[in-house]
Ligand binder design. Sequence first.
Ligand SMILES: Cc1cc2nc3c(=O)[nH]c(=O)nc-3n(C[C@H](O)[C@H](O)[C@H](O)COP(=O)(O)OP(=O)(O)OC[C@H]3O[C@@H](n4cnc5c(N)ncnc54)[C@H](O)[C@@H]3O)c2cc1C
Length: 512
Amino acid sequence: MKTYEEYVQDLLKMKPNIYIGDEVVGRDDPRIQGGMRIIKETYDHVNEPEWEDVCTATSHITNKKINRFTHIHQSEDDLLKKQMMTRQLCHRVGGCIQRCMGIDALNALSVVTYEVDQATGSDHYQRFLKYMEYFQENDLVASCAQTDAKGDRLKRPHEQEDPDQYLRVIETREDGIIVRGCKVNITNTPYAHEMVVVPCRYMGPEDKDYAVAFALPADWEGVKLLTRPANFRKSKFYEAPGLEIGDAETFIIFDDVFVPKERVFLNGNGDPRQTPYAGFLALMFAHYHRHSYTGCKPAVSEVLASAASLVAEYNGIENTSHAKDKISHIIGTAELVFAAGESSAKHSEKAPSGTQVPDEILTNAGRRLAGEMIYEEYKILSDLSGGIIATLPFEETFYHEEVGELAMKYLKRNPRIKPEYMLRCFKGIENLGVSDLAGVMQVAGLHGGGSPQMETITMMMRYDTEKLKDIAKYLFGIKSKLNPYERPTVTPRKQLEKFRKAMISKRERENQ
Ligand SMILES: Cc1cc2nc3c(=O)[nH]c(=O)nc-3n(C[C@H](O)[C@H](O)[C@H](O)COP(=O)(O)OP(=O)(O)OC[C@H]3O[C@@H](n4cnc5c(N)ncnc54)[C@H](O)[C@@H]3O)c2cc1C
């Protein structure tokens, strides 16, 4: 397994293709160091006895010990450990751990490439396994590029005025494909080794050129990363791990890019029979990513609840009933979201490829709750902190020769707390709640992994409402087939079958 230092060396060898404002920069740019600092946590703990169990796994390809962020889940236990690892690592960085997207996409590909091969006689799964072995051996970090620019939201890819609004194959050759398009809002790519590219929606027969999946190094010829970094404001006077972090979101331009055949995992342009699997893959990535959210989002909530509890103490209001009540709402959400993910692992099933797939309804229910509550949680933190988190003078002012002491004096609230700690607490919450990066994290909490409406659609596609109605029919004396012991959602064993049917059957296609 790789060390953080080796990861940094890998990045420094990459070509500069990061566009920040009017500059083109490489991986040594200070504005992406905050993101790299987050990835550090995913490398640092693999050999520590108390972390090893959650942070490593055994490869089903080579049987070697690997970083869990490069693992294809083989069991319920794998899903549970991934969820726990995510929660614990997110505590250490005060939010998103940023390494889950790539491996979530690879888990989705492990399910779908196998099924495409079974249906069409292609050899995508073997290619995928070879790629996966390379990925695991080199302990790589990947982003997942799913979200397309999408143009007119109500039009399908082939109906768009500009055909490049969704990433597409413009040519299939003997040795690979040429792709053109732009994936937007993509996290971590400037400090990832690789990008895993998957479709973002169902594709009908006329959309066959858009049914494409592949992986490429993030500095590949023709790839341009239009990046917006955001970082917390560090302290000049003390060290604090929670202030070191950052994020980078990117528009990835594919300017007629060649993808070698061994890195292509779906291509409706080369074989139209593969087209319906685009929707299956899109949903599968969203599914794995939403399951990862049931690990990270509870941690985000706990970070907010933790800051809210601390500031309540520092403000001298921690024993008031309203403060306790508000904090309990955040904790309650965190635990429910985590429980949904745990339960979805317990109700998981094996795909034909051997990959373990979490329960879809439970995962989506957890992820949607997290998304809906995110602004409420920030509201509670802001409520208990008071307005100072938005008005705090710059840190240097508190150490200024002339006004520093005065500034500290007027920070004082709880007599038991040193003004210097008051300052650290307010500065921490200023970063967490009202900084540039805080804004990004709030929107990520809502839209990342799909807007709440997408989770609703996915849940309701799978939820058996006929069975649900049986409860009312039974209670109201109307003839019903109610089996009181059966959960009204789909039974876990049929979940994948329903997935496939929804994405692939002709009737569904026409209804889209
Ligand atoms: C911080 C951050 C990080 C992200 N990281 C990644 C990443 O790493 N990889 C990745 O692939 N994506 C990533 N995303 C993208 C994320 O998945 C999308 O933002 C999300 O899926 C919503 O898509 P959108 O932004 O295009 O919103 P839109 O689709 O434009 O949604 C706007 C509104 O329009 C509604 N809407 C859209 N289409 C329709 C329709 N046909 N009919 C009715 N209503 C409609 C939506 O429900 C929503 O209310 C990230 C997003 C954020 C904010």
